[in-house]
Every structure is written in structure tokens, then in C-alpha cells.
Design a protein around this ligand. Sequence first.
Ligand SMILES: [Zn+2]
Length: 347
Amino acid sequence: MIQDLLTRLPKAELHLHLEGAIRPETAVELAVRNGVPLGAAPQDLYVYDDLAQFLAVYGRICQAVVTADDFRRITYEMLETCARSGARHVEFFISPHAHFGIPFATQFDGIRAGIAEARADFGLTALFAPGINRELGPAAAEEYLDACLAVRCEEMVGLGLDYNEAPFPPEPFAPVFARARAAGLQVSAHAGEGGPAAYVRGSLDRLGVRRIDHGYAVVQDPDLVARCREDGVLFTCCPTTTRYTTPWRDLTAADHPIRLMREAGLAVTINSDDPPFFGTTLAREYLIAHRDLGFSLRDLGDSILTGLASCWLPEGDKARLRVEWEAEIASILAEDQTTMQTVLVSR
Ligand SMILES: [Zn+2]
């Protein structure tokens, strides 16, 4: 019952990686067709227990995606899965540099086709942001931004910063982020997942982001928590990911950072990151937030509207969706209260 209700809530997915959302059977099929050895059966493909192992698998799978139609297919399938979890709007990261030798234009063409098809079939909207691989350094990031801007399309609205965080602090990327902002791109950065709270602060101060992907280490710096609350910084949190890539592996712990971030009044949204890699879905992440991390249904409804207010859609679209989603969320939450009353009366 509760899972059904959580699935039906209208949602924005704001932290998901296209290549981390490839279905294992699709990855194997594309790898065979394109002659890329993956070295594992579908059921064994997504097995690892830290970020480095995860990134190794991620890299191999990226190389299995080659043609524009491959990119169309993985985009469409990812959005189909999101739609099944109640997503109405999706903002996702891509790693075009990880597909060695495949022109960015080919990749973008396929992704756009996948978005258009999913919009027609499922009625959802989607935007994307190339993520900078911080491990490659700022000079490579400058070239990467140039390559992305050269094939920029209307769905490419942002720039992210991802891959292994420590020991790659955000500050060296300040010039490339300044250039991206000047070009009219929205910006966000992965910070405080494997790195310290100082990387969250550095991303805000030097990269000019107002959206932090993960951000869990913020709880170790009370002054920074207060600042983020006052400034309305948005944290795109991914509960299940914390079990694999962070020190906070017990989602039911009283000191789990997502729980503490919510209790501290930070703007937190629930997202799925790399769902099949971590054996999850967006709707399941909402269940985990409710069951393990102390989010009431009302908290989840508020979190959805907070995420919508800070997402990268045009302001007019956001205002229209807010009216629709507010009414829909209220109606779904009232349904839960009706159910609760029925249960109480029948006892
Ligand atoms: Zn991520």
C-alpha cells in the first residue's frame, strides 16, 4: 500500500547518471553487438563494494555504448524506468568522455531522440548535464566544456562535476565553471560524498553552485549547515548509494547524514543516482527515505516541491507544475489518511 502510494507521487529525479542507469541485459546485448568484452554475466555485472570498483565497471559499460541508436535506447529505457517510479521530470548527468572515440554529436543526437520518444510515450520532460571527470584535471575539463558547447542542444542545460572526489578538490575547476555559467549553463557539483565538508564549501564559494550532489559531509560542519539552510542550497541525496560509496552504510542509523540533513532543515531531495547498479529504483528510494530515514509522507511531499522549485526547468514551467503537483500530492496524502482512519474504525 505505502509503496503504491509513494510510487504514484509526482516526482522530479534530479540526480541520475545515464550510463549508470543502463539495464544489465541491455549492457550485455550492446557489448556483444559492439564487440566489447564486459567479463561478466548480467547478474554479476553490477557487483562491487566501493566507488573505485563501481567506476571500473561503469567505464567498461560506457565503452559498450557506441551508436546514436545505442544512446537513444539507453536514454529511452532509463526514462521509462523513471516514469514507472512516478517521475514527471528528470535531470540527468552524462559522461560523453567515457565513450572513447564516439563523437559527442553522435551521443547527443541519440540522447535527444531518446528524450523525445520518452516524452511522447510517458509524458515526462528531461534535461541533461555533462559531468566533468574531476580525476582528469582542470585542463581536460576546459577542453571537455568546449566539446560539449560545440554540440550544445536545448536539452543540455547544465554542467556537473563527478567521479572520485578525494583527492580532487573543487577549487581548480573554478575557471571552467565560471565559463560554463557565463555561457548560460546551470551548474552543480558532487561534493561531500567521499570528500570532506570543505569540498561542499569550496563548491559553493568557488564554483558558484547552489546545488550539491550528495553533500553528506556537510553534517560535520555546523556553520556550513546553517549557511546552506539560510541560502536554500539544494542537496540531491541518494540513500542507497551511501551504502556503497560512503562511510555511512547503515540507512537506519540515527546519525545517517540524510536523516540529520532533513532534521537540520536543509533542502534535501531523494534521487536514485545509478539505480540498476545499486539494485534500486526512484520509488524504492522514496520507500527507504520513509521507512529508514525518518521522512514522513508530508516531508516527502515537501521535498518534491522544494526540488521542483530548484530544478532547471524554465520558471513558467515550474510554476505550472507546482500548481498541478501540489494538488496531486495533497490528494494522495489525504488518501493515506483515509486509509489510516478506515483501519482504525475497523479495529
Ligand atoms: Zn552521482
